[in-house]
Design a protein around this ligand. Sequence first.
Ligand SMILES: Cc1cc2nc3c(=O)[nH]c(=O)nc-3n(C[C@H](O)[C@H](O)[C@H](O)COP(=O)(O)OP(=O)(O)OC[C@H]3O[C@@H](n4cnc5c(N)ncnc54)[C@H](O)[C@@H]3O)c2cc1C
Length: 460
Amino acid sequence: MLDTTVVEEFQRIVGTTHALQEEALTATYTTDWTGRFKGSSPMVLRPADTSEVSELVKVALRAGLSIVPQGGNTGLVGGSVPLHQEIVISTLRMDQCEPVDALAQQVTVGSGVTLADAQSHVSSLNLEIGVDLAARDSCTIGGMIATNAGGINVVRYGPMRDQLLGIEAVLSDGSIISHLEGLEKDNTGYNFPGLLAGSEGTLAIITKARLRLHPRLSERCSAMIAFRTVDDAVVATSQLRGALPTLQAVEVIFSEAMSLVSDHIGASVPVGAGSQAWLIVEVAARTDPTDELATAIDNLGPLAVDVAVGLDTATRNGLWQYREKITEAIATQGTPHKLDVTLGASRLSEFVTKVPALVSEVDGQATTVMFGHLGDGNVHVNILGADGNEPNEGVDDVVLNYVAQLGGSISAEHGIGTAKREFLHLNRSRAELAAFRAIKNGLDPRGVLNPNVLLPPEYS
Ligand SMILES: Cc1cc2nc3c(=O)[nH]c(=O)nc-3n(C[C@H](O)[C@H](O)[C@H](O)COP(=O)(O)OP(=O)(O)OC[C@H]3O[C@@H](n4cnc5c(N)ncnc54)[C@H](O)[C@@H]3O)c2cc1C
């Protein structure tokens, strides 16, 4: 229960219609996209701009309250929902896009702008945002920065951190930092955009961002290529990366995921039924890159079992739906544990081949469904328990320890959230964790901002 005077202060700042208290109104803000993480909150606040965020944070600080910043609530690691009775500050009303700076090829947008809206805003000038992902209709620019989102085009443009030229944010004492000039070279001290990218709402609430844009490459071609073995798909990925300067995406679907998604969309496997892995490859350029892709695929020789090519938008979308609908298809089966990991190229095949057996040793009824962004070595390991239930908790431990043993990362692009904080020590030394704690203490000494995510409990 919140003190009445605190409630009134919050209502005065955002207006009563944007200070939500009834459970029926707060429900969508307190359960995450997967349904695995369910919390509750005494109040969900929906500020309209940076100054309202600043005022809200000052009140929360005085009242000793903690805050979970939230964008589209599509995060997959339990970092966006109030699991410890925190108040929620939703950025969804901060959804304004400023005019595109065509000369600089940059744009400044509110943190609550969805990726799809940002994409459509810049597309009229034939420009595009460097990061794209399947949750584009709901995920926000602020949430994508806070998680340093990756997605399907990292092979070409890098993750969200690489798109950032400036940021505006509210710190834990309510002060505002704003550096949105978008200068390509600016060595005037610490780099706040870089620091806040991947900070998961623990250091500041992002309210605006200045983004680098890329020329829209209208000539595109996609192909789905089937492979007999996981190893063949890994070798082919390396060859395609070397051969194709126009490479925009290299995604992978492993067999369990392919059978699930084809059932979900009610279509048969387009090529190579019975294969172990399929790549979806996209090339994009100013002039038609189809011949370049065809030659590169020819040069794969016997590695490629079969190929389907998408030249026009409809056929390309037809191939891409097998990749984009997987997360949705898995959700129809129950509540999975989602382990999003990166392996070095030389360990990928070993990892993908061995993980289902490791999982079975811990939970004999679990199903392991894998897919991902193979161009970046990123595999999404989804583990479903029996009858749609969560699997035995021990599966996380066995998979993440195996990742660390192979020299990989336990979080490729989704972040740490609450789901992986107890495993962060697998990738980060005591000295690194102590430095993380020092940064958190320096910027948020009272633990106002998302105090229960990212840092392991013993460092909280
Ligand atoms: C179908 C589907 C596909 C996906 N595909 C990908 C993918 O390919 N690549 C990928 O990287 N992710 C993917 N995701 C995960 C998710 O979409 C991303 O993590 C996304 O960046 C989260 O954005 P959001 O606005 O929903 O953030 P939220 O879920 O609301 O929040 C995520 C984290 O960021 C913090 N946060 C949110 N907004 C702010 C802010 N303004 N200031 C400070 N902190 C903030 C929250 O506190 C939380 O810790 C996918 C999710 C789904 C459901």
